[in-house]
Design a protein around this ligand. Structure first.
Ligand code: ADP
Length: 240
């Protein structure tokens, strides 16, 4: 496919969004009966579900950490989640994303409260249209909160991209594919900490500063929606 126009003459994006506008976001917490915690997160057409178990006993035993909980994380794309059928076997990309999401969450979970246990996180991408690692991080952080795991803060994920020379918030698959840069971040808004930052492509130092500012602004909006979704879940529990 030839490179499409990403920024239209009126300054808006292909889907009509302003550069600093998120896709429509939908969040629901406590969506699975058999997991300790769960959440479903949609950024536009990207749809991700996360489930967590634990803290629980570790198998195999040799993985036990004497002073803290072991966090394990599996990011997986369902074979039906992409336009071209994806192999169900874990790809190098899925292994990398499982690791960066785990490391982001390790920096907020109070693992020292649960020595010798494991907390397992499963992220399943149901539909991919860009931003699956960031939506996955948001969903996993909510699933941990839903399971009652003590954390320093929630983490909201969002990616900033550079397309046709313009910095834009929350890029979709086409913008990612034909843009110049893609910078996913995970932001813990209350404690003002960036716990995940990756950069694919090239940004100048000034663009980088601007992109971080834009990402934080977007993550703060997502963070607000995350809190509202958690409130809704607890109201549901109180009413039942
Ligand atoms: P992210 O989903 O976090 O943005 P990438 O930048 O690696 O991660 O991928 C961008 C988008 O490209 C994905 O959201 C998805 O829509 C698409 N994509 C990634 N991997 C595959 C794959 N194996 N097959 C088809 N599409 C894919």
């Amino acid at each position: 496919m030839e490179k499409p126009v990403l920024i239209r003459e009126d300054g808006l994006r292909r889907d009509g969004r302003r550069p600093d506008e998120l896709r429509p976001i939908h969040i629901e917490v406590g969506v699975l009966k058999n997991a300790d915690g769960s959440a479903i997160v949609e950024y536009g057409k990207t749809k991700v579900i996360a489930a967590t178990y634990g803290p629980r006993e570790i198998y195999p035993k040799h993985l036990v950490l004497p002073d803290r909980a072991l966090i394990r994380c599996r990011y997986h794309m369902a074979p039906f989640s992409t336009s071209e059928h994806k192999s169900p076997a874990p790809s190098r990309r899925e292994i990398e994303l499982s690791k960066v999401i785990r490391e982001a969450l390790e920096s907020v979970v109070f693992t020292e409260l649960f020595p010798r246990t494991t907390i397992d996180i499963f992220i399943e991408v149901l539909q991919a249209d860009g931003g699956t690692r960031t939506a996955g991080l948001t969903a996993a952080s909510l699933a941990l909160a839903d399971a009652g795991i003590p954390m320093r803060d929630l983490v909201a994920g969002v990616a900033v991209g550079k397309i046709d020379g313009v910095l834009v918030l929350d890029i979709d698959e086409i913008e990612d594919e034909y843009g110049e840069a893609d910078m996913p971040i995970g932001y813990a808004a209350s404690i003002d900490e960036i716990v995940l930052l990756q950069l694919n492509g090239v940004l100048t130092p000034d663009e980088m500063k601007e992109a971080i500012k834009l990402a934080k602004k977007g993550a703060e909006q997502i963070y607000k929606l995350m809190k509202e979704a958690l409130h809704r879940k607890y109201l549901r529990v109180l009413e039942s």
